[in-house]
Design a protein around this ligand. Structure first.
Ligand SMILES: [Zn+2]
Length: 322
């Protein structure tokens, strides 16, 4: 394996003084990583047509120039989650007015050349810039030329521009060159996590995990999961079936997803599903048909994501059946 420092030595010959200048950033979202949001894609640190994140993991795609902080589903866009300035600076550019339609063949023409969607660029001096993309239509609350403080609200999280899921994309640049805030001076290798960082508090790297889980009375449509309305709030004792589903990011071949339901009378169902490929996002579901009425009461669904011999993510949820 080529050490990542070698890769960056070619791409960024002047990157080493980064830390000496003391430019530090904070996450653009105030959310509980692993609960309310996830970093699902990192800067592509592979100069070829392949892609890899700074750990040599798969959480990137070819040419990705930023870090994606994702919300679990589109329903959360309605919560008006603030996008925060990652450092103090001056607004050097902004765009608003694009729909939160996401990216599809139907919207591709409108988005061409405006992949960032509704966005803000901040100038921090000394050649440093940050850019925030895919903000909610009509939410941008700063003007070009305005000075903003660290943590000041720029707008809300949305899904405008070339965005497959609701998230804020944060790009960091120095003199126009993309900088990975997790490896600003290119010293990280595949085997060593490195300690250089632009983060004042470095977010933990998670190589995949559960985004959301829920109960339903049939295997939900993937779109319903992405929109945030797949999880039934309660179910009838006469429900056709009892289904537990899990939505994951950063899956890899041979990951095992264990899904289980326990009811008032004990275990209803438990099964392992082995995944077959690396995917940015995926979902799996298992269920059981109701031949007679389900016993009324509280049911617990648990989804566990296992990689190798390690549990990398686990969540549980309860539902009332009545
Ligand atoms: Zn991105």
């Amino acid at each position: 394996m080529i050490p990542r420092s070698a890769v960056f030595a070619l791409a960024l010959p002047f990157a080493s003084p980064v830390l000496a200048e003391g430019f530090l950033i904070s996450p653009p979202l105030e959310c509980d990583l692993e609960k309310d949001c996830d970093i699902q894609q990192y800067v592509d640190s592979d100069p070829s047509s392949d892609a890899m994140d700074f750990t040599c993991g798969a959480l990137s795609y070819d040419g990705h120039k930023g870090t994606d902080f994702a919300l679990p589903d589109r329903a959360r866009i309605n919560d008006n989650i603030p996008v925060l300035a990652s450092a103090a600076g001056r607004v050097s550019g902004m765009r608003d007015g694009m729909a939160d339609s996401g990216y599809s063949s139907a919207t591709a023409d409108d988005i061409d050349g405006k992949e960032c969607g509704n966005g803000v660029v901040l100038d921090h001096g000394n050649g440093w810039e940050t850019q925030y993309c895919h903000l909610k239509q009509g939410s941008i609350s700063v003007k070009t030329g305005q000075e903003v403080a660290l943590g000041e609200t720029l707008g809300f999280v949305g899904q405008s521009g070339k965005a497959a899921f609701p998230h804020v994309h944060l790009s960091v640049r120095q003199d126009g060159a993309v900088i990975d805030p997790f490896d600003p001076d290119g010293t990280v290798t595949c085997d060593t996590p490195g300690d250089s960082s632009l983060w004042s508090l470095r977010p933990e790297y998670r190589g995949g995990g559960l985004i959301s889980i829920g109960f339903s009375d049939a295997v939900p449509a993937y779109n319903a999961i992405k929109h945030g309305d797949a999880a039934a709030p309660s179910l009838s004792v006469q429900a056709d079936a009892l289904v537990i589903w899990g939505h994951m990011f950063g899956t890899r071949a041979d990951d095992i997803i264990n899904l289980s339901i326990t009811g008032p009378d004990g275990m209803v169902i438990s099964d392992d599903v082995t995944l077959t490929k690396t995917q940015a996002q995926a979902f799996r579901a298992i269920g059981k048909r109701g031949r007679v009425d389900w016993p009324a009461g509280t049911y617990t669904g648990t989804v566990t994501m296992i990689r190798g011999l390690q549990i990398i993510s686990q969540r549980s949820t309860d539902i009332e059946i009545r």
